[in-house]
Design a protein around this ligand. Structure first.
Ligand code: UDP
Length: 487
């Protein structure tokens, strides 16, 4: 029978696209495999739709097949009681688990399934992997830096008796700079939150996985990788093998390469433009948009800025407002568009980020520190200003500034607002100071190292070989852990 790998991503565009890239990467070394990707319905709206991307994949790669799982409906009481979008996601995935079982059953009629690789959000499916007697892997689409805190959570839970939200202290996770308790992802701040319970459960199950696949490369995060593989993050159980298979970067330009902003960039001097873009869920209040506008105007620098409507209240419509065209005149400072005409361009809702970052006119990137954005900037050699908004992005900022030295820190006031003055100063610092230049050089070095990692004989390719070998040997999962310090 033909052999297959099943990939189970969450329906968030960055996680999903990265997982598909993982499938493509696996095929480069094992082209006869069939890759089956499960699609669940997203419980909330976000900018950047997965559908056009999905439509573009099988047309080029016939060995990748998508399976739509039946949509699940959450009870309205749960919807109204759920405090954040991560909890909603966990609930949907939990209810989806029987459907995952069904689809694996059906795939196994025609294929020998060699592995189930699931996003760490989908940990419920680990039990399905063991029912089918196949190795179950976690896919962690962020870096090893934040993975340390995820893996260390059961230890924190055991040894500290308060929620992060009630602490005001620095936390020492192995292999990374200290992280202030308030910089932890929102979903783990409160132990009474459903999302926290899920993260803890997912993390506690990690030792049972056959391995953790991480979207990073060794040269980017050597210290945290070593802390994990030395077993420091899971002190009381065996650490599964860690496979750094990145950078996995998807090209899902939904405009087919013809976006007007690229033509505008063609007319700008080399490395002169600051690009501002905040992931699939990044939304700002009207006041914050005005401050950004003020700062950009006063910086005197060229800019390309992706603007969306401010967020609406209901959690399921988290970014529904981002589907509607923003009314720039009412959102931006009065006269801003006229005064900055020529040196600045505002794009509504979505820009083809990778095409922008690789354009020679772009010299800096104000980012929300989403991991795909960080890797895309590194691979394009573009230095960053780190302005985290949600998920593990505040940890990423610490790593980007203090550990990787690829970004400057955007400072928020106590209320969370970033002033126009701060925007202006950080943009100038990145674009014209000695420090900005050093950061640029460092990012350029990492760009080369990222290419080397993915090239023949590179660390990510070697890690992939190890992963494939482990399937071929048909290793018993329990024996895989015994001498695992490095894949
Ligand atoms: N992205 C894009 N255009 C936009 C906003 C986002 O192409 O206007 C892409 C970006 O290139 C990246 C992904 O969406 O690949 C966002 O992933 P990331 O991990 O940075 O953030 P998330 O959306 O998961 O918070």
């Amino acid at each position: 029978m033909e052999e297959a790998i099943v990939l189970y991503p969450i329906p968030v565009i960055s996680h999903f696209v990265t997982m598909v890239e993982l499938g493509k990467f696996i095929l480069t070394q094992h082209p006869s495999l069939s890759i089956h990707i499960l699609i669940t319905t997203s419980p909330y709206d976000a900018a950047g739709s997965i559908s056009p991307y999905i439509a573009s994949v099988p047309a080029t790669i016939s060995s990748i097949k998508f399976h739509n799982l039946p949509a699940v409906t959450l009870p309205p009481t749960l919807l109204s009681a759920t405090p954040n979008h991560e909890s909603l996601m966990f609930e949907v995935l939990k209810s989806t688990n029987p459907n995952v079982h069904q689809v694996l059953l059906s795939i196994s009629q025609s294929y020998t399934i060699r592995a189930l690789i699931m996003d760490f959000f989908c940990y419920y499916a680990l039990s399905i992997a063991s029912q089918f007697n196949i190795p179950g892997y976690y896919f962690y689409p962020s870096g090893t830096g934040s993975l340390t805190s995820f893996l260390y959570e059961p230890t924190i839970n055991r040894t500290v008796d308060k929620s992060y939200k009630d602490l005001d202290t620095m936390i020492n996770f192995p292999g990374v700079p200290p992280v202030h308790s308030s910089d932890m992802p929102k979903l783990v701040l409160d132990r009474n939150d459903l999302a926290y319970e899920n993260v803890l459960a997912s993390s506690s199950e990690a030792p049972k996985t056959a391995g953790i696949i991480v979207n990073t490369f060794e040269a980017l995060e050597p210290r945290s990788l070593k802390a994990i593989t030395d077993g420091l993050c899971i002190p009381n159980a065996p650490t599964p093998p860690v496979y750094c298979l990145g950078p996995l970067i998807g090209n899902y330009d939904q405009t087919g390469g013809g976006h007007g902003c690229l033509k505008w960039l063609n007319m700008q001097p080399k490395k002169s433009v600051v690009f501002l873009c905040f992931g699939s869920l990044g939304l700002f209040s009207k006041e914050q948009l005005k401050q950004i506008g003020d700062g950009l105007e006063k910086s005197g620098k060229r800019f390309l800025w992706v603007v969306r409507n401010p967020p609406c209240e209901e959690i399921q419509n988290l970014a529904a407002s981002s589907r509607e065209e923003p009314d720039l005149d009412s959102l931006l400072p009065e006269g801003f568009l006229d005064r900055t005409k020529g040196r600045g361009l505002v794009v509504k809702k979505w820009a083809p980020q990778m095409a922008v970052l690789t354009h020679e006119s772009v010299g800096g990137f104000v980012t929300h520190c989403g991991w795909s954005s960080v890797l895309e900037a590194v691979c394009s050699g573009v230095p960053m200003i780190a302005w985290p908004l949600y998920a593990e992005q505040r940890i990423n900022r610490i790593l980007m500034v203090e550990e990787m030295k690829i970004a400057v820190w955007m400072h928020e006031s106590e209320s969370g607002l970033v002033s126009g003055r701060e925007v202006e100063e950080r943009v100038r610092e990145l674009m014209e100071s000695e420090r900005g230049e050093q950061i640029r050089k460092r990012v350029m070095l990492l760009k080369d190292q990222a290419e080397a990692a993915m090239a023949d004989g590179g660390s990510s390719r070697l890690a992939l070989t190890k992963l494939l070998q482990s399937w071929n040997k048909n290793v018993d999962v329990s024996t895989m852990h015994q001498n695992q310090h490095h894949p």
